[in-house]
Design a protein around this ligand. Structure first.
Ligand SMILES: [Mn+2]
Length: 384
């Protein structure tokens, strides 16, 4: 059996005030075309269908049109779970009725994991649909008081499921699953928890022949080739510019024989970073001027109206910044604000000052800021 694994569509996403709905419609058409050509009838979407818990109407319409074609026209089976960006209740709406048509949506965690059984020439393949959940759901709703975090919540939850390890099993889930090597993270992922670790050890998933993960936006396997983040549908932040987005094609043969390949889908507009001197960027434009562009200027001085002039050539330019304001620990969030990864308050202030004024803050600013930080710490009882 072959199926497609994808995740993190974030329909309705706005990047630097630009709605990406046209790009999303375009790539979803390409996905349908690809599945039709390859005669693949099963699609798995591992959460974050929408970008927000209350998605805009155009995002709902986009999903609706996609599912209408996939289910009614192409007779596909589609399995969807909710991610941390989705509203589980909204996503689950009418899912009971749609199950008969081949559309399976699980938004809320149930004590018994939803199982969809599909058959091929080798027998059944069990797809388990496990939506994003926080440890508090296990701790309070299921009344398991010893649960501390994401890792033991997942371990506990899987331990109470009845899974036949002699059959072929696929898990679809949306969590931060980690292996022994480094994971690639992106700016456009919303942290799953504030404070503490939300990471779940990959070793808890050994009973599954394939684990279809959602949450991390860079395509990557975790621990083994058959435990994988498909990555997001499109590049959703500037730091994802160099990633190669692709869907995963999972080819499941007999038990123990599962192959994974990837396929990049054609995009309407790419998201790229262009670096250089202002005059060079204007004089020698690259091809695909309709792409989403983040410009990093290597000029020393400030250029008045840089964005307006660049947009004459690159109408979809998202952001213009200066290389000199680019310390290693500053990156850019979706609204174009500099995000400082340092946790030290004074370091954050210094980076903020650098990004705005192009120089280090001097006295008496530093002393004043030190006092403000100390007062704020006292007020919120914060210690180092
Ligand atoms: Mn996501």
């Amino acid at each position: 059996m072959k199926f497609i694994h994808t995740a993190d569509w974030h329909l309705g996403k706005v990047v630097y005030q630009r709605s990406m709905i046209d790009d999303q419609r375009f790539i979803l058409d390409k996905l349908l075309e690809f599945m039709k050509t390859e005669e693949i009838k099963v699609l798995v979407i591992a959460g974050d269908i929408y970008d927000r818990s209350i998605p805009p109407a155009e995002a709902v319409n986009c999903l609706n049109e996609f599912l209408d074609k996939a289910i009614n026209e192409y007779k596909m089976t589609v399995m969807i779970i909710s991610g941390n960006h989705d509203s589980s209740d909204r996503l689950e709406f009418a899912s009971g009725i749609m199950g008969k048509q081949g559309l399976h949506i699980v938004g809320n965690l149930e004590k018994e994991m939803k199982k969809i059984v599909l058959e091929d020439e080798h027998g059944p393949v069990n797809f388990y649909l496990l939506p994003f959940f926080k440890p508090s759901v296990i701790k309070y709703d299921m009344e398991v008081s010893e649960i501390q975090g994401f890792d033991d919540a997942m371990q506990y939850y899987l331990s109470i499921q009845d899974i036949d390890i002699n059959q072929r099993n696929v898990l679809i889930t949306h969590q931060f699953v980690s292996g022994s090597s480094d994971m690639i993270q992106s700016e456009s992922e919303m942290p799953l928890s504030v404070g503490g670790t939300s990471q779940i050890g990959v070793e808890h998933f050994e009973m599954f022949d394939y684990v279809a993960l959602g949450h991390l936006h860079a395509p990557q396997s975790i621990g083994r080739p058959t435990c994988r983040y498909s990555g997001s549908l499109l590049k959703y932040s500037v730091d994802e510019a160099k990633q190669h987005k692709a869907i995963a094609i999972v080819d499941m043969d007999v038990k123990g024989k599962t192959e994974v390949t990837t396929h990049p889908l054609e995009v309407l507009r790419d998201l790229r970073v262009i670096r250089g001197l202002f005059k060079d960027i204007l004089t020698y434009p690259s091809s695909n001027t309709q792409d989403y562009i983040a410009v990093v200027l290597e000029d020393d001085g400030m250029i008045v109206d840089a964005m307006d002039q660049i947009r004459q050539i690159y109408p979809n330019c998202l952001t213009v910044s200066y290389h000199r304001n680019e310390p290693d620990n500053v990156s850019f969030d979706l609204s174009g604000q500099a995000v400082v990864k340092a946790t030290d308050h004074m370091a954050i202030f210094k980076e903020f000052y650098m990004a705005n004024f192009g120089e280090e803050p001097v006295e008496p600013l530093v002393t004043i800021m030190t006092e403000i930080i100390e007062k704020a710490r006292e007020r919120y009882n914060e210690t180092d």
